[in-house]
Design a protein around this ligand. Structure first.
Ligand code: ADP
Length: 248
């Protein structure tokens, strides 16, 4: 819970009047304003095609806004390449290397950035332990369940102690039970490590249980951004009321 007596901090991330078009005509993200605080868990929720992933890709640096600015603190991010942003990323299809063991998958990004072997060993062992993957260190992804594979992807996204972790439908490929278990694990990591997380999903229940705040998207526009309970009790318009209500 935020301390009500403290001075409000400057947001970690700000989208200011951000727009995106892929064909020069249709805006898939329209004049978007969004602030995300350090340590917050913010979910972009909305139907398929509403612009959530495009926003996440602009934040990651894989797409550029065609209008407006994105800031990290005071730094304008628009032209900063993805590898200089130090954000962790987790996607629905885990993108693990099938020929490498769990340990090697997690070590790979450290190796490519030239971390000395002894330091990389310590780092990998610490992360395996934290995500409870130590018993699986020598297995290859094909020898793991979907949930375990997603935990490896999660572990790999944390190796550089990122200031922000971006997750795009990370649990979309898992069955209901595993999905709920992973939701809890991600929440625990968020709390224990003090991570700032931007999470994309089209699943209302997932958004409402996991997030500090939820931005409800429709047609490239944030319809409302608020806490789960306020969205539920005080929907800003008919779209939000209906979309949030579909959860029940
Ligand atoms: P969501 O994540 O909410 O499902 P997206 O951000 O993926 O939505 O897509 C928003 C809109 O932008 C969709 O109409 C989609 O077809 C379009 N779009 C996304 N990426 C591209 C691209 N690389 N080229 C052209 N159109 C795209």
């Amino acid at each position: 819970m935020p301390d009500p007596t403290s001075t409000p901090q400057a947001p970690l991330i700000r989208f200011e009047s951000v727009q995106k078009t892929f064909d020069g005509e249709t805006l898939v993200v329209k004049d978007l304003h969004l602030s995300i605080n350090q340590g917050e868990f913010v979910t972009l929720l909305g139907p398929s095609g509403s612009g959530k992933t495009t926003c996440l890709m602009m934040l990651a640096g894989f797409e550029n806004p065609t209008g407006g600015d994105i800031f990290l603190g005071e730094q304008r991010l628009n032209s900063v390449p993805p590898h200089k942003r130090n954000f962790g990323m987790v996607f629905q299809n885990y993108a693990l290397f099938p020929h490498m063991t769990v340990e090697e998958n997690i070590r790979y990004p450290l190796k490519t950035r030239g971390m000395p072997a002894a330091e990389a060993d310590r780092k990998v062992a610490g992360i395996l332990d934290m995500i409870q993957l130590t018993p699986f260190a020598k297995r290859r992804p094909g020898q793991l369940s979907g949930g375990q594979q997603q935990r490896v992807a999660l572990a790999r996204s944390l190796v550089f102690e990122p200031r922000l972790v971006l997750m795009d439908e990370p649990l979309g490929a898992l069955d209901k039970q595993l999905r709920e278990q992973m939701q809890l694990e991600i929440k625990h990591l968020h709390e224990d490590l003090g991570l700032t997380v931007v999470f994309v999903t089209h699943d209302q229940g997932e958004a409402l249980t996991m997030s500090d705040r939820v931005a409800v998207f429709n047609d490239g526009v944030i319809q409302q951004i608020d806490t789960p309970s306020n969205l539920y009790e005080y929907p800003a318009n008919a779209f939000v009321a209906q979309f949030i209500g579909e959860n029940n």
